[in-house]
Design a protein around this ligand. Structure first.
Ligand SMILES: [Zn+2]
Length: 89
């Protein structure tokens, strides 16, 4: 029996988003998650820049949970119409 496998190859233009300004330009948000506390914080790069914070790359961005001090996980995700999309977790 032959298995039919579908790999939908959706060619997306590969964009490199790393810096806050690039994230803002391509409408990405950053989700910061602490596994220990099950806390989720979201950072909007537009807000970040508007606050006059440095245009660092998100991978350099240190995130420590305000509750337990553990290092959190970072993830970027696209904003929908410039809004944060609620993430199920
Ligand atoms: Zn925590």
């Amino acid at each position: 029996m032959k298995m039919k496998l579908f790999y939908p190859m959706v060619e997306r233009e590969s964009i490199i988003v790393n810096k806050m300004s690039e994230l803002a330009e391509h409408e990405f948000g950053i989700a910061l998650y602490c596994e220990t506390c099950d806390r989720l914080e979201e950072v909007d790069p537009n807000d970040w820049l508007q606050q006059g914070l440095p245009d660092i790359s998100y991978s350099e961005m240190g995130f420590k949970c305000g509750e337990c001090g553990e290092k959190g996980q970072k993830q970027i995700y696209p904003l929908v119409d410039g809004e944060m999309e609620m993430m199920a977790h």
